[in-house]
Design a protein around this ligand. Structure first.
Ligand code: IFM
Length: 433
């Protein structure tokens, strides 16, 4: 039996556009994902988040499910497009229901649903967006700060910048290497400004969540890819400087204002880590380079060997362990939280109505054990959130990829607890395995 430290925070995560629906209710304004998903050819089968899991209306049922699972915390995101509208009251209702159920609300301020009006002015390539974000953060805290203890500024800025503005696979669908680096810098500036605003307002615990992908393979390409995906955020945020190799690379494409670094480098209380999979790379002369890692000509990302999830992502729990240990050693003093970990599988509902997702249980079991092993090696890990509570809108894949502990039937909105949900409930109850 492995046991986690007392008070370890077991939770599950979701995000506004992926589950809420109610896209044009109560004053919500369009976001870049509304525009993108309604643009033909951008999202598989033309799926949109218009209805999603209808969580906006069914939140009470969903909170009851969380309570039944014994979740200690729920990580959700606040839709910026509802800020300043009557629809923002939804978060009052949600947070109150969570607190009543004894579940700690962990709020993310930005999980990719930028108001379209800001995109029309340049989005994250416009420095002003960072200042608008800090205003929104302060305003959201003014409304909910009396009840939300933990505030996360951004979810996965690498994805916002390099998938949104580099490859264009995500909203806003821009393909421009310089824009991607500029967006990354402005996202970090937005974080820093928001941390100051939240701190000044008395926010309890403040964090940012990064998706961190260990790079495996030939050492030199792996180091560059690590710089472009991981250290490009870790170092400015936690050390106040771009790593030299990253800065040299970035300058091939654009320039950023290095005077922003002290603003970016605000003390935070927790670093959120989203971990799914490593990337395997090798030197390959003549390779064009990957659009999400601008300028990696001569480097190829190679398909994983061994088992993969429905996303095609390799299953490597040992990389979670080494990542957590690395973070604790290279960026000491910042407690860690796994804010997302999970897997998409092609679940089926059996004739008896049960979802036997043994592959997901095995995935989660392996990663929870890896997290425990990392603690044993000194990683200051405070909690673990499964992605995701519910099956939901998986961005460009639409509803085709199911990550949930809970199955959602999108025709009826019926929720079915998968075997993994029962497994997770038992894990939480025992605080171990
Ligand atoms: O669904 C996403 C989530 O929005 C951000 N992290 C990764 C998940 C799975 O792709």
């Amino acid at each position: 039996m492995i046991t986690f430290p007392e008070g370890f925070l077991w939770g599950a995560a979701t995000a506004s556009y992926q589950i809420e629906g109610a896209a044009s209710e109560d004053g919500r304004v369009p976001s870049i994902w509304d525009t993108f998903s309604h643009t033909p050819g951008k999202v598989r089968d033309g799926h949109t988040g218009d209805v999603a899991c209808d969580h906006y209306h069914r939140y009470a049922e969903d909170v009851q499910i969380m309570a039944d699972l014994g979740l200690k915390a729920y990580r959700f995101s606040i839709a910026w497009p509802r800020f300043g509208t009557p629809g923002f009251d939804f978060y009052d209702r949600l947070v109150d229901a969570l607190l009543e159920a004894g579940i700690a609300p962990v709020a993310t301020l930005y999980h990719w649903d930028l108001p379209q009006s800001l995109q029309d002015a340049g989005g994250w390539t416009n420095r002003d967006t960072a200042y608008r974000f800090a205003e929104y953060a302060a305003g959201a805290h003014a409304r909910l700060g009396d009840r939300i203890a933990t505030w996360t500024t951004l979810n996965e800025p690498w994805v916002s910048a390099f998938v949104g503005y580099g490859s264009g696979r995500h909203a806003p669908g821009v393909r421009d290497h310089a824009a991607a680096f500029t967006a990354a810098h402005h996202l970090m500036l937005a974080h820093g400004l928001a941390v100051s605003a939240l701190r000044a307002a008395g926010a309890g615990s403040i964090s940012i969540t990064l998706n961190l992908a260990p790079m495996l393979g030939d050492p030199e390409p792996a180091r560059l890819m690590d710089g472009l995906a991981n250290r490009i955020f870790l170092d400015p945020l936690l050390r106040g400087a771009y790593p030299d190799d990253v800065l040299a690379h970035l300058r091939r494409f654009t320039d950023v204002n290095l005077d922003d670094l002290p603003t970016i480098n605000q003390p935070i209380d927790v670093l959120g880590v989203n971990y799914y999979s490593p990337k395997h790379v090798r030197a390959e002369p003549g390779a064009p380079g990957d659009a999400e890692h601008p300028g990696t000509e001569g480097i190829a990302i190679v398909p994983p060997e061994g088992p993969v999830t429905e996303m095609g992502w390799g299953v490597h729990p040992e990389c979670l362990e080494s990542l957590l240990v690395r973070l604790s050693r290279e960026y000491p003093g910042t407690p860690l939280m796994i804010t997302e970990n999970g897997a998409a599988y092609d679940d089926k509902v059996d004739e008896d109505g049960r979802v036997r997702d043994a592959d997901r249980v095995a995935f989660l079991d392996g990663h929870v054990r890896a997290a425990h092993a990392a603690i044993g090696q000194g990683a200051d890990l405070r909690g673990y959130f499964v992605w995701s509570l519910l099956d939901n809108f998986e961005w460009a894949h639409g509803y085709h990829k199911r990550f949930g502990l809970v199955r959602v039937d999108y025709d009826t909105q019926r929720r079915i607890l998968k075997d993994s949900a029962h497994w997770y409930r038992d894990l939480i109850a025992a605080n171990g395995l």
